[in-house]
Design a protein around this ligand. Sequence first.
Ligand code: 26Q
Length: 824
Amino acid sequence: MAIADILHELEHHPRPCDKEGLKKSIRDALIHQAGKDPLEATPRDWLEAVSYAVRERMIERRMFTQRLFNREHAKRVYYLSMEYLIGRMLINSLLNLGFYDPTREALSEMGVDLLTIAELEPDAALGNGGLGRLAACILDSMASQCMPGYGYGIRYEYGMFQQQIEHGQQVEHPDNWLRYGNNWEFARPEKLFRVRFYGRVITHRDNGNIRHHWQDCEEVIAMAYDYPMPGYGNKNVNNLRLWAAKATRDFDLNYFNEGDYIGAIQKKAETETISMVLYPNDATAIGRELRLKQEYFFVSASIQDILQHHEEMGYRISELADKVALQLNDTHPAIAVAELMHLLLDKHELPWMTAWEITKSVFGYTNHTLLPEALETWPVAVMERVLPRHMQIIYDINFHFMNEVRHTFPGDTEIVRRLSIIDEDHGRQVRMAHLAVVGSHKINGVAALHTALLKDTLFNDFYRLWPERFVSITNGITPRLWLNQANPALSDLISEHIGRDWVMDLSQLKALESFADVARCRAEFRSVKEANKRHLASLVLERTGIHIDPTAMFDVQVKRIHEYKRQLLNLLHVVAFYNRIRRGEAAQQAPRVVLFAGKAAPSYMRAKQIIRLINDVADVINHDPVVDGWLKVVFYPNYDVSSAAVIIPAADLSEQISTAGMEASGTGNMKLALNGALTIGTLDGANVEIREAVGEENIFIFGLTAEQVAETRQRGYRPRTHYEENAELREVLDMIRSGFFSPDERGRYRALVDDLLGNDAFLVLADFAAYVEAQERADALYRNPEEWTRRAMLNTARMGYFSIDRTVQQYAEEVWGVNPECWI
Ligand code: 26Q
């Protein structure tokens, strides 16, 4: 096999990967790259040196990987995503490459501790939350499975903001992650593409064909930065290409010639703002022109690059769909549908129908939300001004599409209006989700319930039109990061019993089930959890000054702050729990630490207020001697991939309590259950499938189902009834409303409570009683440590399905049409 030969060839010249070889490279890099005398090197210098040594080895392997894929004429998968939430790269790279132990030993012989310097690396936080982390897990999986998979995105100068808590409130600070340089990226100053904006379209006839010229544009240069993505346990290294905006040289000259030197520099800086900052919203589609420019900027550069490679390989443009699959990570890159059409029509001069067939066969679209406020739309006027040729193409796509709809549903004018890519009811808007659906051969939801709801509600008309296009592909997480790396103690324990192959085949965890019945194994499992809890406790003390007891139940809710995720429901229970202890019922309850973490979008006032309320409640409870030893409340600041990797392995109880029907999937739910936390959750997103996998005895399910939520709303929901009928709830709400937790400003939460009583859009009050009851079940079980541990172990053992490798295999088969046979 050609592949085996190449892998063999790699064995011959590469940089040595043993301890001595690494030691030499690290020392060389310290002196020649960092320019430091080993006697004076700071920990940061050592970090730079190690990452340099690792990057040299990765890049060799990437070269061979690419040669291999080219030689094999493999079909390539391109993942288009505005976000990649990668986190730190050093330890992950070392583990995937298999260099962890030799590197640790090499450093240790030079008096340096690997884990200490690894902590200095900033997170690559080029994403908001679930969607961005999913993209990072998919890249890890494609590399680990030797799949020709490429990520494309934006190299934001500033990633997700850093969250500080000041006087209980979130304060945002810029995330200047590139401040100390970045050894994981390879700048490609020769890989440049022009991206155009504005201007106008000229139409003329050429031999009877209508041709379109987009001219008088503003131009921006997209410059590539490559991030090698090493696979686990193989020599495969894939690539993530992120684009940075640079002003063009012509552009400079024009302005300089006009004599406006300062103006020219200003304009240059303005152009380069396109890739300056990640929008920190994860559930509202803010319609700013800069965002549209970001989207088109990276899509245009990526598709130009992809088509260029296609041509360099000697393929015909008509073969595109045989050689290329493009996946849209939500609608953020959906303008790609119009961009590919633009290139096929205007550059390659294909007839419309040919171009359209190719486009549809190439694209797949993943939907991540049903929330109406998260659906992207752009005013036609904005699209027309920023991307005039694309607006024409969208009209043309819509024209053909509307004809098809009229043909399928004759006489039904309503459905034509509902399905149109152009929304005529809200001041003419381009519906990006409709563009994505019409332009893709497969559309997927990210969990079974989510896909079912897509078919029934948001995309029901589309589903009736093209049922065969809809598939469900439940999300997953990478076991390399979320178990092997984040929880080394549990990983070692697992491997002692069943070997290490689970890292690439998570379904093997099933074999752990029988150990849950063995007392000694439970004791080992428990002691791993306890050690992880002690580690988290020390970090909580360091970050917040709060002492927590590692023997208490660690009840965690870590995710973006959003009303639909219902951090408020959790907090109402915290106050109820507090009141029970104050009433002298402490003896019946297991001591608890309730830990929250997550960022609020800077403009989302209600979410920020929820953070403040959590901190206000924490402040009262943590200083009340009556509950000392029974209850602590912690808001852990600046939740990111690195802190997730510490918090998740230490959790006992996982809070997944969104209003049913609103969380597309969730992936934190998977990380926590895999690490042996028991879930308390609603039947929402992937919780439904987690329940099936772990068994209903091993999860605390409560509350209204998605169907019941819909019914409740339809009937006319009256939240005040719950307040009137539930004394415990009434006490809790009265306390918050009256300023018990905000004595310096008694009215601080009046509006919030009044909103719960009057509207309660997320049915917090409707689920309160059921939630408290589920918390009692969790509490009772926790007081039986043997039984709790048994069920926690069964959670770990039964979470194999939620490996991202299974997710990626489903995309490969059901959407991308790439065959695993040719990967290895
Ligand atoms: C859109 C337009 C303008 C500005 C920002 C945005 C924007 C950016 C990010 C909208 C949404 C997001 C992120 C969404 C997200 O993370 N969704 C989550 O995706 C996960 C992976 O599928 C699911 O598990 C979660 O349920 C879903 O909430």
